[in-house]
Unconditional design. Structure first.
Length: 318
């Protein structure tokens, strides 16, 4: 069960990271033509954790950016920040006191004070179960790194790719469109009752907190996955990313909650985005910059655009 908890965290990275392979019919940048669109638009795999300087390694990125007049991204920073804030708190008529049994409420209070101190627990008493799951898992992973003497830090970076592209588009006075809606905000994706059940299950999973051998195994898995993601990102290998995702799904499928969460982060959002993208690119040359996990697979943007009749081709190195 501990593996599955951690793999949800790993999939959060997958769905905000881009991978592709110029040497194998892929790449981070894809040209979209056909279906009567006036000028080519482009798909770009992005990463929330890679420095913007890597954009210089993406074939033709700067030329493509200069050729468009509109940026389409997962979420505009200001909008998503508002969605996350609004989605983080329980409805006014819902409290843990009236949703949990006395036994489960006592367990929650004990774990909250253990992880966040009494003052911190008090400050978090009105946030949704999904927020607590996210924070507790983060604390556990952080502790694993610290106990192993490893600093889970990114190299110094002035700006990561996604934010850099958004700021660059603002400077160029491009129109910027976010594909996500309020329902896509991370803490809005599951019903509170589902998240609450998962939260209590997590808190009762003693292996997740105390089993030393499983802690070591979990840390090794996290590091291995991160190393693989970084490696294939820098190699721009889309095929390998898809293989990584498929490999992790064999674990995720053992847990209905985790499987639903991954579908909500990936397939469901892709399908909603595809209801918007064709109209957005019809009359405006656009750069569609999203995590490359959203590009791959049968419900990925590449396949869905092609199924509608668009020609979607990788930009190859000259």
């Amino acid at each position: 069960m501990k593996k599955i908890h951690i793999l949800i965290i790993m999939f959060l990275t997958y769905y905000s990271t881009s991978y592709s392979d110029n040497s194998n019919g892929g790449g981070l940048r894809w040209e979209i033509t056909g279906m009567g669109i006036e000028r080519p638009s482009y798909l770009l795999g992005t990463s929330h954790g890679i420095c913007n300087t890597f954009l210089d390694s993406i074939v033709g990125f700067h030329d493509a950016f200069d050729s468009v007049e509109q940026l389409i991204i997962e979420s505009v920073s200001e909008e998503y920040g508002k969605y996350v804030k609004q989605s983080s708190y329980m409805p006014v008529d819902s409290t843990y006191e009236n949703l949990l049994s006395k036994e489960d409420l006592l367990l929650l209070n004990e774990k909250m004070e253990l992880f966040f101190s009494k003052n911190g627990a008090n400050e978090l008493k009105n946030v949704k179960p999904s927020v607590l799951i996210f924070l507790i898992q983060g604390q556990v992973v952080n502790k694993l790194y610290i106990e192993a003497g490893i600093a889970p830090t990114n190299p110094p970076c002035n700006s990561f790719i996604d934010k850099y592209i958004e700021n660059k588009a603002k400077d160029a006075k491009y129109k910027i469109i976010g594909l996500d809606e309020e329902c896509d905000a991370f803490f809005n994706r599951m019903p509170i009752s589902t998240d609450l059940k998962k939260l209590i299950e997590l808190l009762k999973d003693e292996d997740f907190f105390n089993d030393e051998s499983k802690k070591k195994e979990t840390l090794e898995r996290i590091i291995s996955n991160k190393d693989s993601m970084d490696k294939y990102y820098k190699l721009q290998n889309l095929k390998k990313l898809e293989e990584l995702i498929d490999n992790q799904k064999q674990y995720i499928s053992k847990d209905l909650y985790a499987e639903q969460e991954v579908n909500l982060m990936g397939n469901n959002r892709n399908n909603r985005w595809m209801k918007k993208i064709p109209a957005l690119i019809k009359n405006r040359a656009s750069l569609v910059a999203v995590g490359a996990a959203h590009l791959v697979g049968e419900t990925g943007l590449i396949c869905q655009l092609r199924s509608l009749g668009y020609k979607v081709e990788p930009i190859k190195e000259l």
